[in-house]
Ligand binder design. Structure first.
Ligand SMILES: Nc1ncnc2c1ncn2[C@@H]1O[C@H](COP(=O)(O)OP(=O)(O)OP(=O)(O)O)[C@@H](O)[C@H]1O
Ligand SMILES: [Mg+2]
Length: 304
């Protein structure tokens, strides 16, 4: 993917509910509104990104169900068409419509619960063939991939397609464990020769509880200190995460604040007119991301 135009970013963590989907949807919206051509690949069988963006765009899921009926979801791209029945089904699919235009610059390959049944090595090759056939890596400025909270074929496929990964996390015990597990897995990946993929950074999500109580609590401050030590320092003869994954692992300055209201209705920040801070935090994050990508040498570790 390295020589293509698209910046391909997987959003991942081995912990559920840390804001992967929220970050994917809001970043995609913001990047597209800044004039970038953006494609979202929903590789999580929970397909929450698809749900939140279809609801945001159409106020209902009807359009999605219509697409699902016509087999216009990511599952079809994994489909084995060697058997007669599957071939017949596949022949009726208007394949080019699987990339759905939510808005001018914002396109999505919708996810699908039945994805879980589709995955094996050859189905993954089929997905990659379709994506290359559509030249998505040349056409789009950004491709964002929402991953499930587990290390499996979907996540490794996402990473295979990506140049970068972004790690949203909360500051609590299980999220911290989630990052350490992720570090082990990413190290294995790097040791197996995937050295070109880089860590864009870590985004702390959901820190405060209400608009009046923003910021990092004392407990969270403790987790923050520990995890940042894990990113950068050798602890108990164990190399730092940055050294193990051969890329700088560093938090972003941006705080994506937690307003309780966000979780109840929609995870699209733009729908909360009275919470402009959320939009500002996403804009700041986009700036930080683009600045990290454009600074040559940013991802190097070692002697800075
Ligand atoms: N900044 C935020 N403030 C408040 N709530 C948030 C914020 N970000 C995410 N949430 C809420 O937290 C919940 C989990 O977020 P999200 O679905 O993005 O996590 P996830 O990591 O994708 O989860 P999963 O692992 O299940 O895919 C959602 O209900 C979401 O609306
Ligand atoms: Mg999710």
């Amino acid at each position: 993917m390295k020589d293509d135009k698209a910046v391909v970013i997987s959003i991942l963590n081995m912990k559920g509910g840390v804001g992967k989907t929220t970050l994917t949807s809001n970043l995609a919206l913001e990047l597209s509104e800044q004039g970038n051509k953006v494609l979202i690949l929903d590789l999580d069988p929970q397909f929450n990104t698809t749900q939140s963006l279809f609801k945001y765009r159409y106020d209902s899921m009807n359009k999605y169900f219509e697409m699902k009926e016509g087999l216009l979801t990511i599952s079809t791209l994994f489909m084995d068409t060697t058997s007669g029945v599957a071939r017949q089904l596949f022949a009726k699919v208007e394949l080019q419509n699987i990339i759905h235009k939510l808005k001018n610059n914002l396109h999505i390959i919708p996810g699908d619960l039945s994805l879980i049944a589709e995955v094996n090595d050859s189905s993954i090759n089929r997905l990659t063939r379709h994506l290359n056939g559509w030249r998505v890596f040349e056409i789009y400025d950004y491709i964002l991939i929402d991953c499930p909270p587990t290390w499996g074929k979907f996540t490794t496929t996402a990473l295979d397609l990506s140049n970068y990964y972004l790690i949203p996390t909360r500051l609590d015990e299980f999220s911290t464990i989630g990052i350490t597990i992720l570090a082990d897995k990413l190290e294995e990946l790097v040791l197996s020769g995937r050295t070109s993929i880089k860590c864009l950074g870590v985004v702390y999500m959901m820190l405060g509880k209400t608009p009046r109580k923003l910021g990092v609590s004392r407990d969270q401050e403790g987790y923050k200190k520990d995890i940042e030590k894990f990113f950068n320092d050798n602890v108990n003869d164990q190399k730092s995460m940055s050294e193990r994954v051969k890329s700088k692992v560093e938090p972003f300055e941006t705080k994506i604040y937690n307003y309780q209201k966000v979780s109840h209705n929609s995870s699209i920040y733009k729908t909360y007119d009275n919470y402009p801070q959320l939009m500002l935090s996403i804009r700041d994050l986009v700036n930080e991301i683009t600045s990290r990508i454009s600074k040559s040498g940013y991802f190097e570790i070692g002697d800075e």
